[in-house]
Design a protein around this ligand. Structure first.
Ligand code: HEC
Ligand code: HEC
Ligand code: HEC
Ligand code: HEC
Ligand code: HEC
Length: 187
């Protein structure tokens, strides 16, 4: 009796806590990157949005021309970078490395910062054409030296805006709600 008492009062709760702690810790550290806000994988060339989109004021769509034409925004080809960097800052190691890759016919393997699971359908067009600014979802990209994910890619985040999008839309927008039926995003 006495022994059982001690087991129940002490050993079991401590054991249970340890198991729970382990599960939570493992879960936290192994959750897919797409759920981690602040995710900023190292890129093959230290490309700065702060420099190009901020200081130089190159428009987002100059490089991400897909946003109004296709589902994906697209990341620019090395060709586009070299349009400027055949002559611009050719003395810098990063540009020289880029030129080498370009001349060898290789492409740059940019790491994805935002990814949704395969069962989710996202399309930039209705959002961008509806007048939602890139910054509403992606944050103040033009101030980022290293592109960092600030948006939640959870379903609840999509739905929260779809239910009440007016703050994200231009004042004269005719859109009042966006799709909430499952097949809009799961097709
Ligand atoms: C419209 C012209 C233009 C395009 C397109 C462009 N850049 Fe640049 N980039 C510049 C200029 C100008 C600077 C230098 C700014 C400064 O130093 O003040 C620069 C600086 C850089 C630097 C910093 C070099 C250093 O070490 O100081 C890197 C790296 C770079 N660009 C990479 C890229 C990549 C990668 C692309 C394509 C995705 C690209 N650039 C597209 C104009 C451009
Ligand atoms: C000179 C070209 C250039 C301009 C201008 C530019 N970008 Fe980019 N963008 C890139 C490149 C190259 C990458 C991939 C490397 C990286 O993530 O830093 C990228 C990555 C991104 C990503 C992350 C993509 C992913 O993997 O999930 C977002 C979001 C983004 N840009 C938004 C913007 C926005 C918003 C603007 C305007 C404020 C902008 N970009 C302007 C070249 C550009
Ligand atoms: C309504 C929110 C929202 C808006 C507005 C938005 N994006 Fe995105 N963006 C996303 C999501 C979500 C993803 C991830 C998509 C995926 O994994 O299929 C993404 C992915 C990207 C990527 C990764 C590469 C790709 O081909 O999709 C780039 C680059 C990007 N966005 C740039 C932009 C730019 C530039 C703008 C403004 C013109 C913009 N986005 C506006 C939500 C948004
Ligand atoms: C900041 C607000 C906002 C966020 C965040 C947002 N959306 Fe939207 N979305 C809209 C608006 C507004 C529309 C409707 C545009 C229209 O009616 O023309 C829309 C339309 C869509 C459509 C087209 C629906 C149709 O009827 O064909 C899809 C698909 C979609 N969103 C998916 C997503 C997914 C997936 C996410 C999350 C990763 C997301 N959206 C996050 C505002 C948002
Ligand atoms: C506006 C877009 C949108 C709509 C509408 C939507 N979903 Fe989702 N759903 C997502 C996104 C984004 C994810 C992936 C992120 C996540 O798991 O939170 C997701 C994930 C899921 C998952 C997987 C959850 C997991 O943990 O892996 C299920 C199940 C699901 N949705 C069911 C539904 C059902 C049922 C409906 C209709 C009542 C619905 N969704 C409507 C965007 C949407």
């Amino acid at each position: 009796m006495h022994l059982f008492d001690r087991v129940f009062r002490l050993v079991l709760p401590i054991g249970a806590m340890a198991v729970l702690g382990t599960v939570l810790t493992v879960g936290w550290f192994t959750q897919p990157d797409r759920y981690v806000r602040g995710y900023a994988p190292p890129q093959p060339i230290p490309f700065s949005h702060q420099l190009h989109a901020g200081s130089l004021k190159i428009s987002c769509q100059y490089c991400h021309s897909g946003v109004t034409k296709s589902r994906a925004a697209g990341v620019p080809s090395l060709e586009l970078c070299m349009g400027c960097h055949k002559v611009t800052r050719t003395d810098r190691p990063a540009i020289q490395r880029m030129t080498q890759i370009y001349n060898s016919g290789d492409t740059l393997a940019w790491k994805r910062v935002h990814t949704l699971p395969d069962h989710v359908f996202f399309d930039h067009r209705p959002h961008v054409n509806g007048g939602i600014a890139c910054q509403t979802c992606h944050g103040e990209v033009q101030t980022m030296t290293v592109l960092t994910r600030v948006m939640s890619l959870r379903m609840s985040n999509c739905l929260a805006c779809h239910r009440d999008p007016h703050a994200a839309l231009p004042k004269d927008s005719k859109i009042t709600r966006a799709a909430e039926y499952c097949a809009a995003c799961h097709r």
